[in-house]
Design a protein around this ligand. Structure first.
Ligand SMILES: Cc1ncc(COP(=O)(O)O)c(C=O)c1O
Length: 470
């Protein structure tokens, strides 16, 4: 493990008590992390998760999912699965399975609760540990508190503060450690071994898969004659459980997985026939950025998944925007990739079919949501930026503003540049961001500007003194 970059430990809720080894939280509820680190440095043993063994991948069975459904029915919401007016636009009968409405904002509660319920009495008393930057951590923390099982979550330093705080509020012990989820996982496994806390992989533990599968059971119960279910894919836990549930009840229903093009690890694993490392770059669908998918998840899902597609960042942003505007639903990037696949035209075969799209998480930072909306508006042709060189004589900018008003474009931002311009001394460059109705309107505006001004640069600009801007 690389050096520690940050370290934060919260008070361990007293309800989580009943832990008695030497390395346990100190009496005041703080965990002696420094001491632990020194000991840890000598510990170079490569730890394995016995529940996720690449040599012996496990395929879960349909009865595991029914057992999970029975067990969690009083602790996890049966979320609505409702028809959407977007159906008209896409010429597809669309239903949204709204798992972002779970208490902690994601489907992860299904697997988390079932896994916690299935622990032995002794393990329930000792507690569990997990590494997660978000939804799995929140789900475990919340249900751990509900079921009075101590939960420790190790979160990478990049985890959003909001999620760290929420996990603490749900009574979990939170350790912020590791530059990425890989490092957090290593730390969690070591700490788990030391303190006899069971490590729970959020996308590959067999009980997690079974729990996630309950979403598939609900979908088949809520909507009749489903032609296809579209599911976001990260480590593969959700698609594994869901595909098993759906195919067991309706073998002809298609199961389609969607990944971000910035981390298509599941598609790569399917091609390779085994989980292989795929470098993940930053994506709006951060919940899906799992570089190596789960071994049990892959073994269970591989024979059942009909198709995988990848979507662009632009389509994800647009999907988030559409869900807010039309569906009145706040959905995070990972949860919005299913609709993104339709937006990007990746599933033409679904026209005139009945399709359920899993909207499986709503935990999006407000600041990121703002940026997504702007990107979505830009992708939709409703937010445009251009630079025009206009005369510096009195009224030059007023004339430009008048043209924009005539065209029905609303100015959001305007900035003019004089000193650094290398062109005509009597010119000024004006950079404008405008709101337009749609792509067609934006095109008309561009044409009107080009008809009036000799130098128009349409789109975001890199260097205004380059010839293309003149
Ligand atoms: C909102 C959301 N959707 C989908 C997924 C993908 O689930 P899995 O990792 O089980 O494939 C995740 C994973 O964290 C998620 O947070």
């Amino acid at each position: 493990m690389s050096t520690e970059t940050n370290n934060m430990v919260n008070g361990h809720s007293s309800m989580n008590g009943d832990i008695s080894s030497d390395d346990d939280p100190m009496p005041n509820g703080q965990f002696d992390e420094g001491k632990n680190m020194e000991e840890e440095e000598e510990d170079t043993e490569v730890l394995k998760d016995p529940f996720c063994d690449p040599e012996h991948p496990r395929q879960i069975q349909f009865q595991d999912i029914s057992a999970a459904a029975y067990k969690i029915k009083n602790g996890v919401q049966k979320t609505p699965c409702t028809w959407s007016t977007m159906s008209h636009h896409f010429k597809t009968d669309i239903y949204f399975k709204k798992d972002f409405l779970q208490v902690t904002g994601s489907f992860k509660e299904r697997g988390a609760r079932y896994t916690l319920q299935m622990l032995s009495k002794e393990q329930k008393a000792r507690g569990v540990i997990a590494a997660s930057a978000g939804n799995h951590a929140l789900a475990l923390a919340y249900h751990g508190q509900e079921l009075k099982i101590p939960v420790t979550v190790v979160m990478p330093v990049v985890a959003p503060l909001m999620k760290i705080n929420l996990c603490q509020q749900y009574g979990a012990r939170v350790i912020v450690k590791g530059v990425d989820i890989g490092e957090s996982r290593e730390h969690a496994m070591r700490l788990g071994k030391k303190q006899q806390l069971q490590y729970i992989n959020g996308y590959d533990h067999p009980h997690i898969l079974a729990g996630q599968g309950t979403m598939g059971l609900e979908i088949m119960d809520q909507v009749s004659d489903v032609d296809a279910v579209i599911v976001p894919v990260g480590g593969g836990g959700l698609i594994a459980g869901l595909a098993l549930a759906v195919k067991s009840l309706s073998p002809e229903t298609l199961v389609i997985g969607v990944e971000s093009e910035r981390c298509c690890s599941f598609s790569n694993a399917l091609k390779a026939g085994k989980p292989i490392y795929t470098k993940a770059s930053s994506t709006l669908a951060d919940g899906l950025a799992v570089p190596t998918v789960g071994v049990n998840a892959l073994a269970t899902a591989a024979p059942l998944v009909d198709k995988m597609v990848v979507v662009s960042e632009e389509a994800i942003a647009l999907s988030i925007l559409r869900l807010i505007e039309i569906e009145k639903a706040v959905v995070e990037g990972a949860g919005a990739t299913g609709l993104a696949a339709l937006i990007q035209g990746k599933l033409p075969e679904l026209e005139n079919k009945r399709v359920v799209i899993a909207l499986c998480g709503g935990n999006i930072d407000t600041t990121i949501l703002g940026r997504c909306m702007e990107r979505g508006l830009a992708a939709d042709g409703r937010l445009c930026t251009f630079t025009a060189t206009v005369t510096d004589r009195p009224g030059g900018i007023a004339e430009l503003a008048k043209l924009l008003a005539q065209m029905g474009a609303s100015i959001k931002d305007i900035y003019h540049e004089r000193a650094w311009l290398k062109a005509d001394i009597f010119s000024v460059q004006v950079k404008v961001t405008v709101e337009t109705r749609d792509k067609e309107h934006a095109r008309e505006l561009e044409q009107a500007l080009r008809a009036k001004y000799a130098h128009v640069y349409w789109g975001p600009q890199k260097d205004c003194n380059k010839q293309e801007c003149m």
